[in-house]
Design a protein around this ligand. Sequence first.
Ligand SMILES: Nc1nc2c(c(=O)[nH]1)N[C@H]1C(S)=C(S)[C@@H](COP(=O)(O)O)O[C@H]1N2
Ligand SMILES: [Mo]
Length: 538
Amino acid sequence: MKKISLLSILMVNIFLAIVLNVILFTAQRLFTTPFPAFGLFDLVSRSLDGRILTFGIDSMIGVIRFLHLGRTDTAAKLAEQLMAAGLLFVLVFLSGLVYWLLMRRLAARPSRRRSLISGLILGLVIGLPISAVAISFDRASTVQPIFSVVWLFIAFIVWGAAQGYSYHTLLPKEQLADQLSAANLSMQGIDRRTFLIRLGGATALITVIGAGLSHYLVDNTSSVAPSSDGASNLPNANDPLIPAPGTRPEYTRAKDHYRIDINAVPPNVEAATYKLDINGLVENPVQITLAEIQQNYASVDQYITMSCISNDIGGDLISTTRWTGTSMQHILDLVKPKPEATYIKILAADGFDEVVAVDAIRQDERIMLAYAWDGEPLTTAHGFPLRIHIPDHYGMKQPKWITSMEFIDSWEPGYWVRRSWDREARVKAVSVVDKVAVKNVIDGKLVPIGGIAWAGARGISRVEVKVDEGTWQQAQLRAPLSDKTWVIWRYDWPFTSGDHSFTVRCFESDGTPQIEALATSHPSGATGLQSLKATING
Ligand SMILES: Nc1nc2c(c(=O)[nH]1)N[C@H]1C(S)=C(S)[C@@H](COP(=O)(O)O)O[C@H]1N2
Ligand SMILES: [Mo]
């Protein structure tokens, strides 16, 4: 008996897997229904051993920086999403393959009806677990969960039915073939080929339409209009030191701020129904709205540099913007921690968590519950409605999208600590040469060199630059935006032409030198000196 060729089976399954991916993804972009690929990705990244996960992230960052694939954060997020889509594709493709091989073996010549039913069963068997994962990990949808469930079911059932239909269509019509001439047989060959070509064409069309819809209909820019102030009236506007040309902007607009988080897509917190739930070992547990926090407690602005612990030496996972919020001390006054309450366990809408010491808040009024960045409410990507700022610590200690705070009586490891990163995650001092401005020579003698230096909330007292193996030369410092931000430094080098390397180091306010020994970002933050090469002609 003739069988359906393996090539046909592969093609049908590739096409149908692509179509299902594209349709589910497009729906996610247009209506925020869950894209199961993201759920699968989140499931896998949650279940992976912390060291493997960290190795994966580090390798990804390494590749992105090595190949100059643009901003580390956006490239990494895109890579994650592509991996997620790849995962869904492979799952769907393989289950389709298994279906065809099983059908070929068990039910070689089913009727059209039986083919369809078998396809529907396939859709159910695959759709059920994948939808369950998608729904349980979804925090980004703005539609009712019931719609998401129905939508995913329809999608998988239709995909299954398409499998059954394709199977039946591609069956060699053998009974007929016995009676037919060779010419008619080749007609059937064309029929099958026509079917595959049509299916391929439909796949291409759906892909193009899906891509077009997601690209043109979805407004990727945030709904927040850019604020007019922010960068213009900075507190150090009068500092006479002009940054060397090509130095990074001292102030990062919110839209340019680096972004790192654990899920393929950020969670959507419903503004209308949001309440921060504060509970545990307190006299006065509360559920408080964002508006109440904003109205009841004095708002403060702080210029803050934040860095990801994964930031490599000279990396771009570090930014400086203006945070607005209220001191966490107000929250303590409100809920009145019991004497045994020593830590607050902060939970976030994306499943992230970290603890902060109650004593740290008592001692440091700068620890802040923030609701605005750069003069605008936090965006979804950056933690709407509430996030916390803890001076001197890497981003991994500072949850976004805070949903609850539980006062507890002992320390607990947070999300990244459980995955083998540093318990304290206190920032390491860093200094970076952004630019050797070889095209901006001053008086034919001096080449301006500029960059940043940062030591968390510990401050920078001195920055030095070394050209090749020369002696360390002191750079000029611009007054920082605050005691928690990076400082811009500048060194005008009396140049000699040729190829040179430029190395920078900094000292904290108390004179502690930046650690020169090389260390990778895992587990405690990268250390070592950064250098830049440049050629000066003339
Ligand atoms: N809820 C939540 N908060 C989070 C994270 C996260 O994944 N989920 N990532 C942390 C890390 S590792 C960093 S570096 C900062 C980054 O904040 P940003 O994306 O707004 O720059 O958020 C921190 N807070
Ligand atoms: Mo981070």
